[in-house]
Design a protein around this ligand. Structure first.
Ligand SMILES: C[S@@+](CC[C@H](N)C(=O)[O-])C[C@H]1O[C@@H](n2cnc3c(N)ncnc32)[C@H](O)[C@@H]1O
Length: 248
């Protein structure tokens, strides 16, 4: 069994959380909102948009995208458990969200079928081939369509989770190609790294123009811990937002 299969199995097992917490997620979906920076970037371009959400996971953001004005959202994920839980919730709420199984970077979706691709929050680190990912995002978008990514900052794998002081882990390098995940949910799986410059240059090289790029101090996810890591105290970058437009 390959490392890739192990990672996929780890995600499907981790996605059983979406089933266990179904009732809670259902309530959250009724009022879900995107982060303020996401709403600020997406509000001008989302009205009636057909949105594609690769690696949609629990899919709560899809309800937020509809609330912001999207016409519909198609979530794609390779976890059957995640896809089934998200579809059940969307059906129960009568939301214009649909979910399909797909294994990135090749989604198998028709070319130019989306106005907006929304992705991130723990997605890109699972992509071994970022060029292939960027080419697929470009293929899926109609000319002039937008790619929006809200993602962990490429420096995040370096931050230790010490509470007293922010520290750089001795076993990690900003310039490494990958590292082994040592936390939930994919302990032991290979995560793929790229620098911020590599990410931006890959997106530009795939045929996009950059409209927005920002770094943010708050992580997109924190463990349920009373005492958060010192690396999250507002002095270090923990997330990025990127908006790019497909050139015609
Ligand atoms: C950290 S979750 C984030 C998902 C979503 N942004 C959210 O907030 O729930 C990562 C998701 O990517 C999916 N995933 C990882 N690698 C994938 C691949 N190659 N193809 C499709 N889905 C993948 C996993 O199943 C998981 O649902």
């Amino acid at each position: 069994m390959s490392t890739y299969d192990d990672t996929r199995r780890a995600w499907d097992e981790a996605s059983s959380k979406h089933v266990r917490e179904y009732a809670e997620h259902l309530e959250q979906a009724r009022t879900a909102r995107l982060l303020p920076i996401e709403e600020e970037q997406l509000r001008p371009l989302i009205e009636d948009a057909e949105v594609l959400h690769p690696q949609s996971g629990h899919g709560l953001d899809d309800h937020a995208l509809i609330r912001l004005g999207a016409h519909s959202v198609l979530g794609l994920d390779y976890s059957p458990t995640a896809v089934a839980a998200a579809q059940r919730r969307a059906d129960e709420l009568g939301a214009q969200c649909r979910y399909e199984l797909a294994e990135l970077p090749d989604t198998g979706r028709p070319a130019q079928s989306a106005d907006l691709v929304y992705t991130g929050k723990g997605a890109l680190i699972w992509m071994a081939d970022l060029d292939a990912w960027a080419a697929e995002m470009h293929r899926l978008l109609r000319p002039g369509g937008h790619l929006f990514v809200y993602e962990g900052h490429p420096l995040v794998p370096l931050w230790a989770w010490d509470h007293d002081e922010a520290r750089v882990r001795e076993d990690r390098s900003y310039f490494a190609a990958s590292h082994v995940n040592d936390t939930f949910p994919a302990r032991g799986a290979t995560e793929h790294q790229r620098t911020l410059a590599q990410l931006v240059m890959t997106v530009l090289g795939a045929g996009f123009e950059l409209l927005h790029l920002a770094e943010h101090p708050d992580p997109f996810w924190m463990p349920d811990d009373e005492n958060p890591a010192a690396a999250w105290d507002g002095r270090l970058p923990n997330a990025i937002s990127l908006l790019a437009r497909r050139r015609r």
